[in-house]
Ligand binder design. Structure first.
Ligand code: AVJ
Length: 319
């Protein structure tokens, strides 16, 4: 009996089909766009880990500061005996929470990356042999069937990744989380906060160009997976603050008029000189906007915690 359970709810070819659909949809309309989920191949995940260490990129440090300071309160406020983490990745942030939950307890990491799940489960079990781990290979923005584990549950969605969802996608996502919760369960939500535009832009356009490389890497993903001939050198990294939508936008701007062939889709895409393709939004929030969006999904904002400098927040929401 393996020390942990690994359940695949994504068909093996789901990723390939989803990438083909996203590229066909995103590159044949104006303005062009690609969803940010495609950043995270091995190289993209490596570049993101490097981004989290940059001076300009404060969210990871700010969230860790809150988790270290508030994990006992979060555990006490919920009495959770199961921690579900959506988009768990390396589960690095999770350790601070798991240390405070009553034993025995269960951990349900949810991610599309099987290798991230296996790595996280194995390292957590070395440190916590009594932990029940039920890893789910799933896309948490779709329907999610959680395993039967001891209640109450705390569903964590950290890192500010909810900011990558467009407003209607966020509403759908929060409604799907609400549907997972029973009375006594809670959601722990990490959100980056509205702040000075120059601080925000610098966090997405660092001086050493790591974010530029991260952004351009999505072209390498499309080239490799769909037989395209994007040349990243033909594009410039753009990061701007959209004050109406209150989100950072990352784009790739074509340096010259060019065409790209996408062999697997039998598609040729033309870019005009200076044309910009959106590759990510990263929405920023306030306490009021989080309260409103949670209420829209039938949840109540029970606790709001920020780091000392009030750059980032963790919200505890109850069903
Ligand atoms: C991992 C989605 C939270 O939006 O800040 C970092 C990804 N993009 N630098 C974010 C990201 C550019 C990050 N999230």
């Amino acid at each position: 009996m393996s020390p942990y359970q690994l359940t695949r709810t994504l068909p093996e070819d789901a990723t390939d089909a989803a990438l083909r659909a996203d590229v066909l949809h995103g590159l044949t309309r104006t303005p062009k766009s690609l969803p940010p989920k495609w950043f995270y191949d091995a190289r993209g995940s490596e570049l993101f880990e490097e981004i989290t260490t940059l001076d300009e990129y404060y969210p990871t440090r700010a969230e860790r500061e809150i988790l270290l300071a508030r994990a006992p309160e979060i555990a006490a406020a919920t009495g959770a005996r199961t921690l579900v983490e959506l988009g768990s990745g390396s589960s690095e942030k999770t350790r601070h929470l798991l240390d405070e939950l009553p034993v025995p307890h269960a951990y349900v990491p949810v991610d599309v990356s099987e290798s991230a799940l296996v790595g996280a489960a194995e390292s957590l079990l070395v440190e916590r042999p009594g932990l029940q781990v039920h890893a789910l290979i799933a896309d948490f923005t779709k329907e999610l069937e959680l395993p039967d584990t001891p209640g109450p549950r705390l569903v964590a969605f950290l890192g500010g990744t909810i900011g990558n969802l467009l407003p209607d996608e966020r509403a759908d996502f929060l409604a799907s989380v609400r549907a997972m919760l029973v009375p006594g369960d809670a959601l722990l939500l990490g959100t980056d906060l509205v702040k000075d535009e120059s601080v925000l832009v610098r966090a997405y356009d660092d001086a050493s160009g790591v974010t530029a490389a991260f952004n351009k890497n999505v072209l390498a993903v499309v080239d490799r997976e769909l037989g395209a001939d994007f040349d990243p050198a033909d594009f410039d990294h753009v990061a701007l603050w959209n004050s109406d939508q209150r989100w950072i936008e990352m784009r790739l701007r074509a340096r010259r008029a060019l065409t790209v062939k996408i062999r697997e889709l039998d598609l040729v895409v033309a870019f005009e000189a200076g044309e910009e393709m959106r590759t990510e939004v990263s929405a920023k929030f306030t306490e009021d906007s989080v309260r409103t969006e949670l209420a829209g999904a039938g949840m109540e904002l029970a606790h709001w915690w920020t780091d000392e400098a009030e750059r980032f927040a963790l919200s505890l929401a109850t069903a």
